[in-house]
Design a protein around this ligand. Sequence first.
Ligand SMILES: [Zn+2]
Length: 101
Amino acid sequence: MAVSAANFACLGVILVMTEFMLNAELFWSHVHKSDGCWEWTGARTKKGYGVFGRTGVKCRTIKAHRAAFLITHGHLPVYVLHRCDNPPCVRPDHLYEGACQ
Ligand SMILES: [Zn+2]
């Protein structure tokens, strides 16, 4: 897995990324899958993005759509964007790696 430390505001995230990849089953158990968007059913940020991990512990959480991308593709780009403009959606084929905005 090629991971650039520069992608992260906090190095603890690298450690936790590995943990998240091993927790894929747990992750998907928090997702409501439908024909359209797959919505995150766990904790959310004020903007509506899903949050996965140990909420309340600094640097031990990741946005759910970023975790979905990581678990699916094995790497985490700087930006993971939604094709569907639905913040809680974590469906891998609704997500894409974005350039700087
Ligand atoms: Zn979607």
